[in-house]
Design a protein around this ligand. Structure first.
Ligand code: BG6
Length: 485
């Protein structure tokens, strides 16, 4: 099998959906703009709506204009759009797949795409199984002289049990190696940078442990509400929507041991070990250390029940029970309708012994290392320094601030560009391996189960605030506070 050949036809199931409009097509255009897309390439978008190829291409042009980070270059768009095709069929019926199979062969001849396929399932999870099964039945997944890979969007199941079933259906056909589970956070520039910061700098690595670190705070805050996704969000809530995937990825990258090398599996092995070491969330711990919230107004959103108990905010404390981290709390927080859009990891260091300055100056602030994921990408270091001047010494916290996307006008590659390209070249490092999914569901299921036993007092926070007061209390009772820096 010519595994390294990037030539391929990308088949997008859900070709008229939001994800295709906002993320996939703009990413493909940006890849083409940078000359990264393989020369032998075509896209087949599949949807259930009736439209001509021309209508489809025009709609995509509008989306690319709105969401792409590069301006439209007429010639480049012409070249890409001439390779975009639209097919309408119902995912449940065989006819469509038969026609698709012939059409893909035709494209192979025209574009020299070698039989290689990326099947992108940008559809609701209930269709994953049927699509995969029909692709197999109609001979579109041979993986013999060419490669076929499947890309799956979240949610990957609703709990461990459903995730297992889903996984079996998919990997029975594609195998684990050809299954690409997307967590778009892994495509973000600064997530890829966490390992570099940790393992390529002598001054971070030696202090990255329980001896020097007091606590770690991982937050992903959003100002938006649930927008028009009420149907999906009602079943998911912040725990499944953000914690099970994105927050766990941030946690594992922050806490993992150095891998033995930079191979995909070595890195994933270390991430899984972190998930395996997570403290088991008993109902008592959930009661004590997990806070859920719902913003005022959520129950009035479209497709949301007026008595909904779905959470739009989670804050929790968890320990990683291994040698490096024993005793260090990891605080995780994510919510909708927060005061700002920001994702960051704050490492708070322990104070020095209570002599010299730490004796004289009671209000010294701790050293902080802030890894800023978005919207600003960078690293900030907060430390204490003398305020210039004669007389008594005054000490104040100062910052060394590295902002990597400030100079280049916020034009970092979109996560999906990186991820789509990685699928084509067969690199699954930035995708989630099954056991990562499995262990993070285990953690999340324990919380969901404990929550199901009690009715929350919702809504309990106002839009534009940092969530319910219990989230502040979670840290205050440990003598700490959230650093909104
Ligand atoms: C998605 C969630 O996975 O991530 C959304 O389903 C959330 O609810 C989004 O808004 C956040 O992504 P980002 O890249 O804006 O932080």
């Amino acid at each position: 099998m010519k595994d390294k050949d990037l030539s391929n036809v990308m088949v997008i199931f859900g070709g008229t959906g939001d994800l295709t409009h906002k993320k996939l097509m703009p990413a493909l255009y940006n890849l083409r703009y940078q000359n990264i897309l393989p020369e032998n390439f075509a896209v087949v978008a599949i949807g259930r709506r009736d439209k001509t190829e021309e209508e489809y291409r025009n709609e995509m042009l509008e989306s690319v204009k709105t969401y792409s980070r590069f301006d439209i270059d007429e010639k480049i768009w012409q070249d890409l759009s001439s390779r975009i095709f639209y097919k309408r069929f119902d995912f449940n019926y065989d006819n469509g797949y038969m026609e698709l199979s012939y059409f893909l062969d035709e494209l192979d001849r025209k574009y020299n795409t070698q039989g290689n396929r990326v099947y992108y399932l940008a559809v609701a999870p209930e269709y994953f199984g049927i699509i995969v099964e029909k692709l197999y039945r109609h001979g579109m997944v041979s993986n013999e002289t060419s490669w076929q890979r499947v890309v799956i969007e979240k949610p990957f199941g609703e709990n461990l049990e459903s995730a297992r079933k889903l996984n079996k259906m998919i990997t029975d056909v594609f195998t684990e190696r050809n299954t690409y589970r997307i967590d778009h956070y892994l495509g973000k520039e600064m997530l890829q940078n966490i390992m570099v910061i940790r393992f390529a700098n002598v001054f971070f690595e030696p202090v990255w442990n329980r001896r020097y670190i007091d606590n770690v705070q991982i937050s992903s805050n959003e100002t938006v509400g649930i927008e028009n996704r009420g149907g999906y969000y009602e079943k998911a809530g912040a725990l499944r929507d953000m914690v099970q995937n994105h927050m766990m990825q941030l946690l594992t990258l922050t806490a993992m041991e150095p891998p033995v090398n930079l191979d995909t599996e070595s890195i994933r092995d270390e991430k899984v070990k972190v998930l395996k070491s997570l403290e088991i969330m008993t109902p008592e711990l959930v009661e004590k250390n997990v806070v859920r919230g719902q913003y005022v107004g959520y129950r009035q959103e479209e497709k949301v029940s007026p008595t909904s108990n779905t959470e739009t905010f989670v804050a929790l404390k968890v320990h990683i029970e291994n040698f490096r981290w024993a005793g260090v709390p990891f605080y995780i927080r994510t919510g909708k309708r927060m005061p700002e859009k920001s994702t960051q990891i704050v490492i708070q260091f322990k104070p020095l012994p209570g002599i010299l300055y730490f004796k004289e100056y009671k209000n010294l602030l701790p050293n902080l290392l802030v890894i800023k994921i978005q919207p600003e990408e960078g690293v900030k270091l907060q430390f204490n320094a003398k305020v210039p001047g004669a007389g008594d010494i005054t000490i104040e916290p100062v910052n060394m601030d590295f902002c990597q996307n400030c100079q280049i006008s916020n034009n970092s590659p979109e996560a999906y560009e990186r991820l789509l390209f990685d699928v084509m070249r067969g690199d699954s490092t930035l995708f989630t391996r099954w056991d990562e999914v499995e262990y993070s569901w285990r953690f999340v299921d324990a919380i969901a189960k404990a929550w199901a036993e009690k009715t929350p007092d919702f809504p309990n926070y106002y839009p534009g605030t940092w969530g319910p007061s219990e989230a502040e209390e979670l840290l205050r009772r440990d003598g700490r506070m959230w650093w909104n820096v």
